[in-house]
Design a protein. Structure first.
Length: 457
């Protein structure tokens, strides 16, 4: 086994080390608030810009923006670009190009960097921005954020969003979209099995998952005897969230550390769930359908999955109540936040300011609300919630997720994370694919730690 696992890990890294594919967009229409004209900030004696830019130089200036989206997300962004081009007071013209997912975008940006064709603004993963910053091609946005005239007040952006892109005194990007990984819990079914509240700690999770599996033994359908508990999800963010729930993680200082007592405890807990048939896995199972059909008491989901889960329950004619919960830990539940950011590549002062003004406009409440209603992600600004009253009423589980944001934790602020997180997911998947015994969990974590340090060199 010790020889097999690194080969599988490294093969996956060679195939997919560029990053993870963008989550599939929810193909549904959304009513969005009408775009409002953004007034040009009025200079005052105390609001002179510290940026060395002649505002007249912005008139007619063209900048390019590259993004990872497709489907309705891409269509919305194209609409926003058109709105900005029509409305902005500076006459800036933005052109947008989509690359379907983060992997294609990352590779395309890397290829473009030595050329004049490189974009001015990129909607990228924070770890990609950190890698480009290490290569000296990313603009530090601190002077733009703090500028008296062209800056912005980030006071209502949650720190777990805002701090992800800041390393030391440098800001390599600002948040564009943020998501998280959650557990979904069938409240009605749990109540029928004797549980009146969601699991508060990991042991509660085990009891509910095992009771759900045991209930499947009472019918005359042998094919479902192993179902009922947690439908295993091997996404890297799921693995990481469980580690955090057990007060573990992937870092010790600024170095990767996987082989720790807390991580061993987390992975042993999860493997023992499978060994006791309280968790199950299937490559063919659709998590939304399994949840709607009471084949799983718990599934894992992100914000953009919630409308699809609601549709699956409606299709199954299920009236079960269900909730979004964090990953239960002994002392505090865990919620891992991730997403994309606006990074401005170095060019000249005029283009950098133009790109900043567009990114700043995208972060205004009206545009923020339109993103939420289309993608179902978190609003970047807390104040945007005042524009989403109807959305909260029609998406109650989304509101539950918003309320859990106080638990949010950031991903590692390391450029190598774009490779290490893939290794984490591959190792977690391998652990289930070959049914590694819970007693062998330390071996898996030791190999993860060794490979992560090689990847970070």
């Amino acid at each position: 086994m010790k020889r097999l696992i690194p080969v599988l890990f490294l093969l996956s890294i060679l195939i997919s080390s560029c990053g993870t594919a963008a989550p599939a967009a929810i193909e549904e229409s959304a009513s969005a608030p009408a775009a409002t004209k953004t007034p040009k900030p009025k200079p005052t004696p105390s609001a002179d810009s510290r940026l060395v830019v002649d505002e007249d130089a912005l008139q007619g200036l063209e900048i390019s923006v590259w993004h990872p989206w497709y489907g309705v997300s891409s269509s919305l962004f194209d609409t926003l670009v058109k709105d900005f081009n029509k409305q902005n007071e500076w006459g800036i013209k933005v052109s947008a190009q989509g690359f379907v997912n983060f992997s294609n975008l990352f590779e395309s940006v890397n290829t473009s960097l030595p050329t004049v064709e490189k974009p001015d603004l990129v909607i990228a993963l924070p770890e990609h921005a950190l890698l480009w910053d290490a290569n000296g091609v990313v603009t530090d946005l601190t002077p733009y954020v703090e500028d008296p005239l062209y800056g912005m007040d980030a006071g209502d952006i949650p720190p777990v969003f805002w701090n992800q892109d800041r390393v030391g005194d440098k800001r390599v990007a600002v948040p564009a979209q943020r998501d998280a990984r959650f557990l979904l819990w069938n409240q009605t079914w749990a109540g029928e099995l004797g549980f009146d509240s969601p699991p508060a700690i990991a042991e509660d999770f085990r009891q509910q998952a095992c009771r759900a599996q045991q209930s499947m033994l009472k019918d005359e359908i042998p094919q479902n005897d192993s179902l009922g508990g947690w439908l295993v999800d091997t996404e890297p963010m799921t693995a990481y969230a469980w580690m955090l729930a057990f007060e573990g993680g992937v870092l010790e200082g600024s170095d990767y550390r996987f082989l720790t007592p807390k991580n061993i405890e987390a992975f042993k807990f999860l493997r023992e769930l499978s060994e006791k048939t309280c968790a199950w896995q299937s490559a063919e199972a659709n998590p939304h359908t399994a949840f709607a059909n009471r084949e799983a008491m718990f599934i894992t989901a992100s914000l953009e999955d919630l409308p699809g889960v609601a549709r699956a329950l409606a299709s199954a004619n299920s009236r079960d109540k269900w909730s979004v919960i964090a990953f239960p830990g002994e002392d505090e539940d865990a919620l891992l936040v991730y997403g994309s950011s606006y990074a401005i590549l170095k060019s000249d002062e005029n283009k950098q300011l133009a790109a900043w003004l567009f990114a700043r406009w995208l972060l205004e409440n009206s545009q923020d609300a339109r993103f939420v209603e289309t993608t179902h992600f978190f609003p970047i600004r807390t104040s945007t919630m005042s524009m989403l009253g109807d959305y909260q009423k029609t998406h109650p589980q989304w509101k539950q997720a918003i309320d859990l944001l106080v638990l949010g934790e950031m991903q590692p602020q390391l450029a190598s994370w774009h490779k290490v997180k893939i290794m984490l997911g591959d190792g977690f998947m391998h652990m289930y694919r070959v049914n590694v015994p819970s007693g062998q969990v330390p071996v898996i974590l030791a190999q993860m730690e060794s490979i992560s340090r090689d990847l970070s060199k």
